[in-house]
Design a protein around this ligand. Structure first.
Ligand SMILES: *Cc1c(COP(=O)(O)O)cnc(C)c1O
Length: 431
């Protein structure tokens, strides 16, 4: 790796600010972005050589640690063989192998994979498949149901099934109507299920979409598997398709490889995947569906074809990364890592729960969330959020609170990466 001077860091910041518009970032915000030049395990190295612990898996995508050699090697090898090929009328070995190896791991009997390139598109594909499923069967079902407070992405369809608020207010008039049912938090389970029963009773519901077991961007809000099982039962008994948006929960975050594996009775008809899918190396989205969903599209009538596709559908580099990442995810050592992180979260949770600044503590597998007492607004924009973000960053830890909810979602990487020399050192606040 080449050496970067402090000068090049300031230089990058200046040039960045001149030309680049960052996600979820105010153009009026004065905070300079931090140039990162290298990553290893849970560590990100800045242009100045400072090491920052990535406590949120770089927006929930990194799975086995940064720059994992197994995945990096698989991408490099693939790049030398085939970097991209049109996926209509053509295929390639990495896509076929990924489908063969991933489908049996998914909850329920998933028959086919449809490729796209991010979480929002995986959701768009699932919504369009569900609506066209009913169209192809000549049954007039148009209504979509989602949970209040949901987050399914930033494209229009994904925004429409997401909770309405500041993030999508400018577009509200352009979002199609969706029926929202209460989030099944403790004490509200029956209200949620009753609202669902009422809606599916109308006979016009096409599909219900949920983030299984926990809403991520909505504040790491969790609900029990038994409630989700009941929710799917109510929907599927009425013929309604169930879409599990496992974009965040997939690949071990909730303890099991997929959140829906924790259900005792039901499984989704459609599953959306992205984020951890490639270990956080390449953008890739997947929508899996059951044979029953696919059946509605097996028709020679061209009106019943699913006309959807992206230029980079099933990009070979992304598929190679996903295959390598899946291999790691299925290894004993990764399972042990997940268990070790869950145990360490549980121990910390029981300790920190007594802290006077902590209102609530929640854990789901490798995700730990602390709801802090704020005394003021708990919205995403409250001032404490920025203070907390800066507090940890000053101590070389990257956390990105959702309003007053501070959460940990570390990469599930090898212990040797997590207990390196840097962890032993007591981080000093930087001024
Ligand atoms: C992040 C996220 C998405 C959107 O994925 P992008 O790749 O950011 O478009 C969709 N659903 C859930 C549950 C997510 O957490």
């Amino acid at each position: 790796m080449q050496q970067h001077s402090a000068h090049s860091s300031a230089d990058l910041q200046r040039r960045d600010q001149q030309h680049i518009w960052h996600p979820f970032t105010s153009l009026a915000s004065a905070l300079p972005v931090i140039p990162i030049v290298e990553g290893k395990g849970v560590w990100l190295k800045t242009a100045e050589g400072r090491q920052i612990l990535d406590g949120i898996s770089s927006w929930w995508v990194n799975l086995h640690g940064h720059a994992h050699p197994h995945i990096a090697g698989a991408i490099a090898a693939q790049a030398h063989r085939l970097e991209q090929v049109i996926f209509a009328g053509f295929t390639h070995p990495a896509a076929v192998a990924l489908a063969e190896q991933l489908l049996p791991q998914l909850p329920g009997r998933q028959e086919l994979l449809f490729f796209s390139d991010n979480g929002s598109t995986a959701v768009e594909v699932a919504l369009k498949m569900a609506l066209q499923y009913w169209h192809n069967r000549n049954e007039p079902r148009q209504t979509l149901i989602a949970l209040e407070g949901a987050y399914h992405g930033d494209t229009f369809g994904a925004m429409a099934v997401g909770g309405r608020g500041s993030f999508n207010r400018p577009f509200e008039q352009h979002l199609f109507d969706v029926e929202f049912i209460p989030f099944p938090e403790a004490g509200q389970e029956e209200a949620c299920l009753e609202a669902l029963r009422r809606l599916v009773g109308r006979g016009d519901v096409a599909a219900v979409i949920v983030e299984p077991l926990l809403q991520g961007a909505g504040g790491m809000r969790m609900y029990p598997a038994a409630v989700l099982d009941e929710l799917f039962t109510i929907a599927q008994t009425a013929g309604v398709l169930c879409i599990a948006d496992e974009v965040m929960t997939g690949f071990g975050r909730t303890g099991s490889l997929f959140a829906c594996q924790q259900l005792a009775q039901r499984s989704p008809d459609l599953i959306c995947l992205s984020k951890g899918l490639t270990g956080g190396f390449m953008p890739l989205g997947l929508t899996a569906c059951t044979a029953a969903v696919a059946q509605a599209f097996r028709d020679a009538n061209p009106d019943k074809t699913f006309y959807h596709g992206h230029s980079y559908t099933a990009n070979p580099l992304a598929c190679a990364a996903a295959l390598a990442s899946l291999e790691l995810s299925l290894s004993d050592s990764c399972t042990q890592q997940r268990q070790a992180i869950a145990r360490s979260h549980a121990a910390f949770a029981s300790e920190i729960a007594r802290h006077p600044s902590v209102e609530k503590v929640r854990q789901c597998g490798t995700i730990l969330a602390l709801e802090l007492v704020t005394g003021e607004s708990t919205s995403y924009f409250n001032a404490r959020r920025n203070q907390i973000y800066q507090f940890f960053l000053d101590r070389d830890i990257l956390l990105r609170p959702l309003g007053n909810v501070v959460y940990l979602m570390p990469p599930l990487c090898d212990l040797s990466c997590r207990t390196g020399a840097h962890l032993q050192r007591h981080p000093q606040p930087r001024r």
